[in-house]
Ligand binder design. Structure first.
Ligand SMILES: Cc1cc2nc3c(=O)[nH]c(=O)nc-3n(C[C@H](O)[C@H](O)[C@H](O)COP(=O)(O)OP(=O)(O)OC[C@H]3O[C@@H](n4cnc5c(N)ncnc54)[C@H](O)[C@@H]3O)c2cc1C
Length: 506
């Protein structure tokens, strides 16, 4: 079985698991969903779309939930599903004192005050009730949670970060039965394998429905009082990634349907995209080749807490740009993003090659040795100049950088403040490994107000049109860094809020 067939079968399997469990007749023709005036049409049955549908239905709405994929659930199938919320019952049981104000201060501070304050305020006030609602549905957290922080991102000031034992799937496990109840009650209809490709507007430029195309090419118009875009981000579309951020999309690591189609729908309706300049690309991994976008073949261990960093990191100009053992991963990622072409090279010598622990996660030193000479991202040469030449780095700068680093090792004082200085880089042959930027989440997104209504450039609201989830961009909540939980939690929280308000007049 090829990789492609395997992933297709897996998708079909998951699809049958999610769609089948929902009791949806996959073969129902698209025309059977038309001719109804829905209260709300939700574009995307993922993290934000599912809670939106459930709450709209509970509020009495007639809901049409449309998804382009063959499976319900969107990014929750792959996400870590780590969430952050203040003032939850979970915290209260553990005696943790927290409040939306404290959460607000943390989020704004960690995101360097680049998030949208009124939306962060709405988020922190409603994330706690959302978490309690998940608990009501049966969601359970991992032992020992919540915690202040986990992984490499900056920790919160108190323990408010939690995850289910099956990561994002733990969330789906409780959402799907709740959605099924509404489907069974006839309040939610779900149309799968159908992409929304146009919004229908009236003469006053108010939204009044959508046009969608099924995967067998049938185009159909649907009417609704309100439309909600919950179609996710753009990190699986190199074109959209470049359009929104200006950066290259080296490898696809996000959900396969995160193609930014909702951003285009919003733009065509008069909305606009903001926050793309806040996109950060951590050093994602080592790509498999130069035909982009490709996949990350290997992950170097770049966290000094898991593996002491013996190498130096240089940009294409042959200059160091970061203290390799900087304790803050977000700071390291921001500095990496600022380098031209969002690539860096790990430079080391024979002594480091012999003495340092293996650099690639899950690979032995022998495995890595084979790659030098056989893989286009691994270089080994007898001199620094030859190494620079092969890896296409500025040779003069690289030589100067290595000399400066060596002098810092001798004097025990590194110019960038690095503390771990095990040995000079002097012993031939010399090595370089090329690492390229990667991204899971889109920072740019459609501009909305605190009620999640789409905005035009002049600040006016596009009537009847709402958005939630990654389509509004991570930077709306997280500014220019990955504030823990700000992908999944706001998606669920705002999806829920829109659903609850859908039967209101405006
Ligand atoms: C590997 C990974 C790990 C992550 N871990 C975390 C984490 O631990 N914590 C965290 O906070 N965030 C995390 N994130 C980010 C988070 O998962 C996402 O930001 C969030 O789930 C997005 O939710 P959404 O509802 O916007 O999109 P999705 O959940 O992706 O749903 C969008 C849906 O819209 C559908 N769709 C797309 N286009 C159309 C169209 N034209 N018409 C109809 N339907 C359409 C898609 O098929 C999909 O079902 C992670 C992301 C990844 C990729």
């Amino acid at each position: 079985m090829t990789e492609l067939t395997k992933s297709f079968s897996r998708r079909r399997f998951i699809a049958s698991a999610s769609v089948g469990a929902m009791g949806i007749q996959a073969l129902t023709p698209i025309s059977a969903f038309a001719g109804v005036n829905y209260d709300v049409i939700i574009i995307g049955a993922g993290t934000a779309g599912i809670p939106c549908a459930i709450h709209a239905a509970v509020a009495g709405a007639k809901v049409l939930l449309i998804d382009k994929s063959v499976q319900i659930g969107g990014s929750l199938w792959l996400a870590g599903g780590s969430m952050a919320a203040a003032g939850t019952r979970l915290q209260a049981r553990k005696g943790i004192v927290d409040s939306p104000d404290m959460h607000y201060d943390d989020v704004m501070h960690l995101g360097h005050n680049k998030a949208v304050p009124e939306i962060v305020r709405r988020y922190v006030e409603n994330a706690g009730p959302m978490a309690d609602w998940l608990e009501d549905l049966g969601f359970q957290v991992r032992d020992g949670e919540p915690v202040a922080g986990r992984g490499g991102h900056a920790a919160f000031s108190v323990a408010r970060y939690f995850q289910g034992p099956e990561k994002g799937r733990s969330i789906l496990k409780v959402l799907l039965p709740a959605l099924k109840q509404q489907v069974d009650a006839g309040r939610v209809r779900i149309l799968m394998s159908t992409g929304v490709d146009e919004l229908v507007m009236d003469r006053q430029k108010n939204v009044k429905g959508v046009i969608a195309t099924s995967d067998n090419g049938v185009r159909t118009q649907f009417s609704a009082r309100k439309v909600v875009i919950t179609s996710g981000g753009y990190c699986s579309s190199p074109e959209m990634f470049k359009k929104v951020t200006g950066y290259e999309c080296y490898a696809r690591t996000a959900y396969y349907m995160a193609k930014g189609e909702g951003l285009l729908l919003g733009e065509r309706a008069g909305g606009f995209i903001r926050g793309g300049e806040n996109q950060i690309l951590g050093p994602g991994g080592i790509v498999n080749g130069r035909n982009l976008p490709t996949v990350f073949a290997w992950q170097p261990e770049l966290d000094y807490k898991r593996r002491p960093q013996w190498e130096i990191r240089v940009n294409q100009q042959g200059q160091r740009f970061v203290r390799e053992d900087h304790p803050d991963q977000d700071e390291r990622d921001i500095l990496f993003t600022r380098q031209s072409t969002q690539r860096m090279w790990l430079i080391f010598d024979q002594q480091i090659n012999e003495q340092a622990p293996a650099i690639l996660r899950g690979k032995s030193k022998e495995d890595v040795e084979v790659l030098f000479g056989s893989h286009p991202m691994f270089f080994r040469e007898p001199t620094i100049e030859a190494l620079a030449d092969r890896a296409q780095l500025n040779a003069e700068n690289l030589k100067r950088t290595v000399e400066e680093y060596n002098s810092g090792v001798r004097n025990k004082k590194d110019v960038l403040g690095r503390e771990f200085l095990p040995c000079e880089i002097t012993k031939a042959p010399f090595y370089a490994i090329e690492v390229t930027g990667g991204n899971l989440v889109g920072f740019g997104g459609l501009a909305v107000n605190a009620d999640m209504q789409l905005l035009r450039h002049d600040g006016s609201v596009i009537r009847n049109l709402y958005a939630a989830g990654e389509v509004i961009g991570l930077s709306t909540i997280a500014g220019d860094t990955v504030v823990s939980g700000t992908g999944v939690t706001p998606s669920l929280t705002f999806g829920r809020l829109i659903g609850r308000s859908v039967m209101r007049k405006v």
